[in-house]
Design a protein around this ligand. Sequence first.
Ligand code: HEC
Length: 372
Amino acid sequence: MNAPDELAWRLFLQVNAAAPGVNNALFETWTSDSDTFQLNPAFPTGPSPIRPRPPVIPSGGQAVAAPGISRRKTRAAPLVIPLRPVPPKPDLTGEEVRRNRDAFDFIVKNKLYTVSGLKAAAGKSFSFPPTAIEIKAEWLPVEEIPAFMLNRIALADVPRQFHVNTAADGKQYGLIAMHIITKLVPNWTWDTFEHELNPARCDIIGCNDQFGMPAPGSTPANTSVWMGYGPCLKTEAVRALFASAKWDSAFEHYCLKGTQTDFSDRTGLAIRLGNSIAEKGFVQQSSCMTCHARAAWGPDGKKTSHDGFDENGPPLGAINLAWFWKFTGNPPIFVGMGGLTQTATSADFVWSVARCAYDDTATPPKIPCGEK
Ligand code: HEC
């Protein structure tokens, strides 16, 4: 908690260490959402090729109505600072979530992979083990990379500067961004990395890394967006870590954009952190911890919000008790008071649990995250 940026880099080395399989990093041998959330969850026994799928989070930060909540007549004002020039269309970014064995075993042991399992678990309290690690990786087909990176790299140089691997569809993809979370602290550690050539890497909210970036440890946002920032300079400390790493040396071309350790600062300002790829279009309205704190399911075993978004867009700051409780009467509100009922169960910050559970209550059963 006192050195979150150093921890983030150590985790980056850990999850990206070389692993069995052609050009595999350790995280690529872990289990994906599609392997986890099915009737018979399976942890891969050998290399399991990546299967990037289209992004889930509503991009552009559009305010959306939560299920069961009707849209107000006056629509919320757009929250987005438009990106100019706009990123290339169509958006070919592919995403994949992977989790380590301890995170997977926890989900299986507690039967959090089916909707009937979530129904049975409603009202209970869950906490993943301290050794749980989950990542979300953002991939781009290799041939798309030069244009996306404003032609600041030639196609032939992509494999040296990007971690590249072959997906299940036989196509080559390059890693452009990565989220890492671990349960080392009760509310998880929140880290996000970007490739140094990502054109919007530090846009709007800047970049902040007190360990890997030379003083002052931050890069202010460009006054215009989507212009690029050039290579990220590295401290001796992070270089020493790199020297000890056994990995695809292309990983040295990634930068820690920032870490989040709390919901708000000591003056009540909401802490924001968002990745220019994963939270594209709403980095200025992104709080990893707040949106993930909203990952929850109702008595029916279904998620209780539209992936964290509501009419005001993504949530910021402290957890809102109305996401989890209904009450009659007047504050103060406390556990044990009359008229307080729990309406949602926390997924311990893990969105996949709330939105990917295999729906065995539907006929035929539905696999919300079953891209194979
Ligand atoms: C507005 C909501 C929102 C914000 C903000 C957000 N996420 Fe997520 N995140 C999601 C949703 C929804 C998923 C599941 C769908 C998917 O895989 O994209 C997810 C998936 C993940 C996963 C895979 C494990 C899981 O929970 O399913 C990780 C790791 C992750 N996010 C990290 C981060 C980090 C780090 C940040 C901040 C830099 C962040 N997220 C910001 C909504 C959000």
